[in-house]
Design a protein around this ligand. Structure first.
Ligand SMILES: CC(C)(COP(=O)(O)OP(=O)(O)OC[C@H]1O[C@@H](n2cnc3c(N)ncnc32)[C@H](O)[C@@H]1OP(=O)(O)O)[C@@H](O)C(=O)NCCC(=O)NCCS
Length: 173
């Protein structure tokens, strides 16, 4: 996209969003938005947020849901700060993608910060100790690592960020 990035807002996915026009270069993420996301949202399996400049075009999207993680999956340094319950409540940022037409203008970062703000706000009503993400490939893992995420023990594609760190990031803006 040439020039300055268009101002965008984040909305819950609705029927007026052009899901067919969305393409991020990862077929599974495009397909998910086109065919599965609305149904998952309706069935309350996940909440789907869309970044849009005009209420129709989908510049990007992400999904959030509740999750739980085995304490043993966390690095010892993190685990020792938590009570010794077998499972840790977490928030899963399951998917995050920006359309090819909107790449490289900070929208990915903006979506990530929006997801972290909502995760933090939610954790104040329903406890969550971590935000988890699934990296589809090495580039995605690098993108998440840039935001401070680190890998779980034995699951290199899944990364986490403690909610205390999320709070600091959100505070910094
Ligand atoms: C990863 C993705 C969301 C980034 O979107 P974007 O709008 O281009 O990202 P931004 O412009 O906000 O860039 C934010 C930072 O991440 C970096 N970054 C962006 N894409 C990256 C990538 N693929 N790998 C590594 N770093 C990346 C940018 O260089 C930038 O760093 P800086 O702040 O130091 O300059 C986008 O490339 C995408 O949708 N990829 C396909 C789907 C995907 O991999 N999703 C994530 C895992 S499911």
């Amino acid at each position: 996209m040439a020039g300055s990035p268009a101002p965008c807002s984040v909305e819950l996915l609705h029927a007026g969003h052009d899901r067919e026009g969305f393409s991020c270069g990862v077929p599974a993420l495009d397909q998910y938005l086109r065919t599965q996301a609305s149904q998952d949202a309706r069935k309350r399996v996940t909440v789907v947020f869309v970044l849009t400049p005009d209420g129709k075009t989908v510049a990007g999207y992400y999904t959030l849901s509740q999750h739980s993680l085995e304490l043993t999956a966390l690095p010892a340094e993190t685990a020792k700060r938590l009570p010794k319950y077998p499972h840790v409540p977490a928030t899963l940022l399951g998917r995050l993608a920006v359309s090819l037409a909107f790449r490289g203008h900070g929208y990915g970062h903006a979506l990530m910060m929006d997801a972290l703000r909502r995760s933090l706000a939610g954790s104040r009503s329903i406890a969550s100790s971590l935000v988890l993400v699934d990296a589809k490939d090495d580039a995605a893992a690098t993108f998440y690592a840039k935001h401070g995420f680190t890998t779980l023990r034995g699951i290199p594609s899944r990364l986490f960020l403690p909610m205390a760190t999320v709070a600091k990031l959100v505070e910094q803006g």
